[in-house]
Design a protein around this ligand. Structure first.
Ligand code: ATP
Ligand code: MG
Length: 228
């Protein structure tokens, strides 16, 4: 809480206003209450640019991550690349940097986000969760393409991303699938196995409209660890 001097009809009065840290603390509490899985995974919770080693393979992606953190930047990034190339770690660095500055950010892997929403059915929190994800100033969706695409999943993703696109809200996405093959991964199948690729095209169109596409290449860091 911070004391402020505020004008009111030509007079000034002092008031206590919630500082942005307090606002963020309350929002974090609300997020934690609503989402049990949606957070920066423990292994990445202390990551910063200092713990993210620069290589020729990730230099452009790191520069893009820094660009995404510039004040007032509402444009997002779609990081794509092979397993272990450092996508989740870089997305976590962005989330941790933003949280450290008192900015609101929600980090979730797409399968976890959908599992949280499913788990909320019957608890009356579904609408509040969807509203938080729709309106949070920065949403980080890790691992797009890892979920099983049912019609329901397609509708959830389209509605979320369409709203964020329309409102110009920053959305950072990671995926193992690049522009050549992500749309095929997002094709929805109903219970009878019938396919509908129109939703996938509409989802990707929003993503291309609001995100810079950035490739993260290089060898699997997990194997580097195993070799050490
Ligand atoms: N630039 C880096 N500096 C140090 N460690 C890194 C770097 N990039 C990745 N790592 C480490 O390598 C491992 C894999 O990274 P990460 O989970 O970010 O990969 P990913 O691209 O998200 O993989 P996947 O596609 O399988 O989800 C993690 O333990 C991470 O800490
Ligand atoms: Mg990952």
């Amino acid at each position: 809480m911070v004391p402020v001097v505020a004008p009111d009809n030509g007079r000034f009065y002092t008031a206590i206003r919630m500082c942005r840290w307090e606002k963020q603390r309350r929002e974090n509490k609300r997020q934690a209450r609503l989402f049990s899985r949606a957070k920066v995974p423990f292994a990445y919770s202390r990551d910063t640019f200092d713990t993210y080693q620069l290589t020729d393979d990730n230099r452009t992606a790191v520069a893009a991550a820094k660009w995404s953190l510039q004040e007032g930047n509402r444009k997002g990034i779609f990081f794509y690349g092979s397993p272990g190339s450092g996508k989740t770690k870089l997305a976590a660095v962005i989330a941790n940097e933003k949280a450290g500055r008192g900015e609101q950010v929600l980090f979730s892997s797409v399968p976890d986000f959908l599992a949280d929403i499913r788990a909320s059915f019957g608890k009356n929190t579904t609408a509040e969760m969807i509203q938080v994800a729709r309106d949070v100033p920065c949403l980080i969706l890790d691992d797009l393409g890892a979920e099983r695409m049912t019609l329901w999943v397609g509708e959830q993703l389209f509605s979320l991303l369409n709203h964020r696109y329309n409102e110009g809200l920053q959305t950072i996405i990671t995926s193992n699938y690049g522009p050549q093959n992500i749309a095929a991964r997002l094709v929805c199948r109903d219970d009878d196995g019938a396919e509908d690729d129109s939703q996938a095209q509409r989802i990707m169109s929003r993503i291309y409209g609001m995100c810079e596409l950035v490739n993260l290449s290089g060898r699997d860091w997990r194997l580097k660890g195993a070799e050490a």
